[in-house]
Design a protein around this ligand. Structure first.
Ligand SMILES: Nc1nc2c(ncn2[C@@H]2O[C@H](COP(=O)(O)OP(=O)(O)OP(=O)(O)O)[C@@H](O)[C@H]2O)c(=O)[nH]1
Ligand SMILES: [Mg+2]
Length: 218
């Protein structure tokens, strides 16, 4: 049967892209965490990131394919200064990382949050806190209770992870999946899509409704 007028009502499937930036001191493990999420492995050797490295992974949430675009940023000031504006432009979510074995990487979070706030990131943009290198149990300097208090005060979820330990890979996955779920649930992104592509919003909405209940892991 040739396609009739009804074919225009078929749900329009478009892969949405969520831009998630990973921020924090140099050496806390941002590159390793993003590698673990996007590639599934722990890199043997890393160099300090210069500017930004992009990694991405397509995930499926409630039947919708979503491209999670991870921006692995540089922690060293000299490698990031010309890039900062690009990091924060149209960002959908922010991951702040510290190293549980290095107190200064935790106390510096204040500075990273200030930088983020200084770039007019809307309050609706979800932010999470990640304490990395939990496999180094004997070297822990930042107690969970302290990190939790900080996360609460800043309205963020806390994830304690290890990019290195394969047994923790599920935890690393849940950082990004949790954010992707929250973003998917946010109507504002839908409206942003509407602005860019007039006429297609209705079909996107149909896709959402058809998928029923949330499969969010958090
Ligand atoms: N034990 C342990 N080491 C880790 C872990 N994650 C990263 N590392 C090590 O920490 C060092 C720094 O990791 P990177 O991922 O390059 O750090 P970064 O935050 O990207 O650093 P910049 O790019 O300079 O901002 C490397 O030697 C990693 O092997 C972890 O979960 N456990
Ligand atoms: Mg790096």
């Amino acid at each position: 049967r040739p396609p009739g007028p009804d074919s225009s009502l078929e749900p329009y499937v478009q892969t949405r892209i969520f831009k998630i930036i990973v921020i924090g001191d140099s050496n806390v493990g941002k590159t390793c965490l993003t590698f673990r999420f996007c590639g599934g492995t722990f890199p043997d050797k890393t160099e300090a990131t210069i500017g930004v490295d992009f990694r991405e992974k397509t995930v499926e949430i409630e039947g919708e394919r979503i491209k999670v675009q991870v921006w692995d940023t540089a922690g060293q000031e000299r490698f990031r200064k010309s890039m900062v504006e690009h990091y924060y432009r149209n960002v959908h979510a922010v991951v702040f990382v510290y190293d549980v074995t290095k107190m200064t990487s935790f106390t510096n979070l204040k500075m990273w949050i200030e930088e983020c706030n200084g770039h007019a990131v809307p309050p609706l943009v979800p932010k999470v806190l990640v304490g990395n290198k939990c496999d180094l149990k004997d070297l822990i300097q930042v107690p969970s209770s302290m990190a939790l208090k900080f996360a609460d005060a800043h309205n963020m979820l806390l994830f304690e992870t290890s990019a290195k330990d394969p047994k923790e890979s599920q935890n690393v996955e849940s950082i990004f999946m949790c954010l992707a779920c929250r973003l998917k649930a946010q109507k504002s992104l839908l409206y942003r899509d509407v602005e860019r592509r007039p006429g297609r919003a209705h079909r996107l909405e149909l896709t959402r409704d058809a998928n029923g209940k949330s499969a969010c892991p958090c």
